[in-house]
Write a protein that binds this ligand. Structure first.
Ligand SMILES: [Cu+2]
Length: 439
């Protein structure tokens, strides 16, 4: 069923081609990624103009990066750096960022897909109509090892900018002045068709240093799935005949940090515990503790728990170590497989570990093929961060037709990357640390 949907997605390539092409694509896809990851020296992107994305937003922040496209993983962003107006140099954030897998198990147990390495995600890059990249540029992408060798070039990578509303607002101490800025984002996205679904992979780089990664699922429900006769589906046509089978979309992102140009980043976990009032205090107390994550970890989100990746070398002008905090989005964790049981995985960099499940690369005899197996006690010197965000899709009447975009993802928020709000207006630039208002 799914295979037929792929052939619809990418012209009408013979389905038999897919398996062989995938195997070839696996080795070549790994090539450039490896070279880039090992080199990763400078903050400035090292790539030709065609593969460079550089955007100075109207608020003064510049994002720079390189991109390339892999046969299975699709878009890969590399050497991503951030330079707000007060910084003399670009600050490198990530060496590479890409999807690690989209795992789709069906509730009836009859189907389970790995959309990247088993269902043609990368091959399903869609040509974008000009109207769906408003104000931006659509770049041409050459799909490596294209299943349709006659048409490897697809106008399918949109880069544009968008307003996001208030970046901040503050009324001045005196007078009527209101300090306010409307935030601007750089947006980069592709649309990849897998079967009847179309996944919008969106990367959003905000002028305040925040990075958002989201997958939007749209397209159509699969007509072939309207057969859940075992009570696991939801009726979506007239009456109660066509039951769409419920399923999950478990999306993984793979992030190779390179804060301040070094792969030697540290990982920290923070937990806060609230205790009832005592000793005559009015209110409950809350104690926050830091745990250094020095070995590979399969981490579980909890109330008042968070992680950050800390620069080994770089400090901001307040002499605080630069870091990025992982801010999870809404998730529904799928407990059916060991690799989807955890929200975040920190693994030591290994060239052959490229996918969170159904890894195509050979890591040697006995090596695991999924991210849970990559966690095997190694000391973290060059951590790779895998973030797992799940969505349990119980179809509804509104999913026809087309299916409204459903987003899932997470953010990376800067923590002490700059000494102050990177968008601080000049009049407030002296208000760092303890400030006596009105003095
Ligand atoms: Cu779905």
């Amino acid at each position: 069923m799914r295979v037929n949907r792929i052939s619809r997605a990418r012209s009408r390539t013979a389905v038999g081609l897919s398996v062989a092409a995938l195997a070839v694509g696996a080795t070549t896809a790994a090539g450039p990624a490896v070279a880039q990851s090992k080199a990763a020296p400078a903050a400035a992107p090292a790539c030709s103009t065609a593969y460079k994305i550089e955007q100075k937003l109207s608020t003064g922040t510049t994002w720079r990066m390189c991109w390339h496209y892999e046969s299975e993983a699709g878009l890969v962003l590399e050497n991503i750096s951030y330079q707000p107006k007060g910084e003399a140099q670009p600050i490198k954030v990530l060496t590479s960022a890409k999807l690690g897998q989209i795992h789709v198990p069906y509730d009836d147990g009859k189907a389970e897909y790995d959309d990247l390495t088993g269902a043609g995600f990368g091959q399903g890059l869609m040509k974008m109509a000009p109207g769906e990249c408003p104000g931006g540029t659509i770049k041409t992408v050459k799909i490596p090892n294209a299943w349709d060798p006659q048409h490897p070039n697809v106008n399918g990578l949109c880069t544009t900018t968008r307003s996001r509303g208030h970046a901040y607002r503050m009324e001045a101490d005196t007078g009527n002045k209101v300090f306010q800025t409307q935030g601007k984002d750089l947006l980069i996205y592709t649309v990849n068709k897998v079967g009847w679904y179309e996944y919008i992979s969106e990367w959003r780089f905000q002028d305040d240093g925040t990075i958002n990664m989201n997958i939007g699922a749209t397209g159509s429900l699969s007509p072939g799935d309207y057969d859940a006769g075992d009570g696991r589906g939801w009726p979506i046509g007239t009456g109660a005949k066509a039951y769409a089978t419920s399923h999950s979309h478990n999306v993984f992102w793979r992030l190779d940090f390179g804060l301040d140009g070094s792969s030697k980043n540290k990982v920290e976990q923070y937990d806060s515990v609230v205790s009832p009032p005592r000793n005559g205090n009015e209110g409950p107390t809350n104690k926050t503790t830091r745990t250094k994550v020095t070995k590979e970890l399969a981490g579980d989100a909890q109330n008042m728990r968070w992680w950050r990746v800390v620069s080994d070398t770089g400090k901001n002008k307040d002499n605080h170590a630069r870091s990025y905090e992982i801010v999870p989005g809404a998730t529904t964790k799928y407990l059916g497989r060991p690799f989807t049981k955890h929200d975040v995985y920190f693994t030591e960099y290994k060239q052959c570990e490229q996918f969170a499940t159904n890894n195509l690369l050979n890591c040697g005899a006995g090596a695991g093929k999924s991210v849970d197996k990559y966690v095997n006690g190694q000391t973290l010197t060059h951590p790779i961060v895998w973030v797992n965000v799940g969505f349990h899709h119980i179809a509804r009447d509104e999913d026809q037709q087309p299916m409204p975009v459903h987003w899932q993802g997470f953010s990376l928020a800067p923590r002490d990357v700059t000494a102050m709000n990177p968008l601080t207006p000049p009049e407030l630039a002296n208000q760092n640390g303890h400030v006596e208002n009105g003095s």
